[in-house]
Design a binder for this molecule. Sequence first.
Ligand code: TXA
Ligand code: MG
Length: 352
Amino acid sequence: MLNTILEKVDSSNPSLNIVALKKAANILKNDGLVAFPTETVYGLGANALREEAVKKIYIAKGRPSDNPLIVHIADKNHIYPLVDSVPKTALILMDKFWPGALTIILKKSSIIPKTTSGGLDTVAIRMPSNKIALALIKECGFPIAAPSANTSTKPSPTLASHVLKDLNGKIDMIIDGGSCDFGIESTVVEVNNNNVTILRPGSITKEMLESVVENVAIDKALLNNNSNILAKSPGMKYKHYAPLGDVFIVDGDINNIVKYIINCLSNDKINNINSVVIASDETINNYSSFNALNIGSRENLDLIAKNLFNILRECDKLNIDKIYIESFLEQGVGLAVMNRLKKAAGYKIIKV
Ligand code: TXA
Ligand code: MG
């Protein structure tokens, strides 16, 4: 058991707690593990160039070793030593979206250990915009490999308390920088010549990518409602984001959805099953005689994305056995929200 240090740092002005940042950098320089906030979710960091350090990430998370990590840099130019070459399309994306929630996959150079890339000959790179993340990477002077700082299969952490719940005693330090702005992980794209393929949808949407590059495709595995189609991104094939209870997505006309869920909740009550509905501002009043959690307005998908993982973790705190959630439109950020939800539900979608 490690003694996990928890330190608060102000995300709008990290230099106010330079002592904590230096402590974190020192741990990373000695091949230790530090969880830190990014604008998407909390990351679990280690020196990306050190096999010994990166191995510890897989152990702490219980992560399969063929699931590659994202390498975080604090300066666009720091991508060059890490990759074979930077195609023009990647440069355009970096200029438009970095720092920010876009991860770009390119052929790796030899300084990236195979452990970091999960055995692949490519590497995923991102320059985050969170000031704590940037300050920490700069203080280290090397790129930081960081998957989401949750136990494998659990919802990604959007608060330091989520990280503590999953990884207390397994990592050296957690930097608490408050809640993450976006609440879902970065958009992951593969760049081949001029073609961009979205492997994992995120808050940088297909439409936003199309504003700067012509050919943006969505990986086939994302368009199908089953888990059997082989995903290009190794992480997308694993069980993910799952709370302890069974999740059911209910899809269709909103009035039918509400009727169907009320019926389920009533039956569960009779059968002593501890169930809950994750509802929206627009529908929450219909469920006043049941357990209901409000995820926000259906009109504000960014807010729904921000609340999603926290609400799934709330269900665990309440010891919920069955979770019903109203589906959302798969447009814009809705594509990312529904992608995470389908995985949390193990693709159990009820059409009404
Ligand atoms: O927002 C984020 O991306 C957060 C923060 C901490 O930066 N990180 C994150 O990492 O979500 P992780 O490890 O939980 O998810 C990384 C995803 C996985 O699905 C992984 O399989 C995929 O990116 N990935 C990483 N390297 C890849 C590669 N070389 N080829 C294909 N997919 C890759
Ligand atoms: Mg993850």
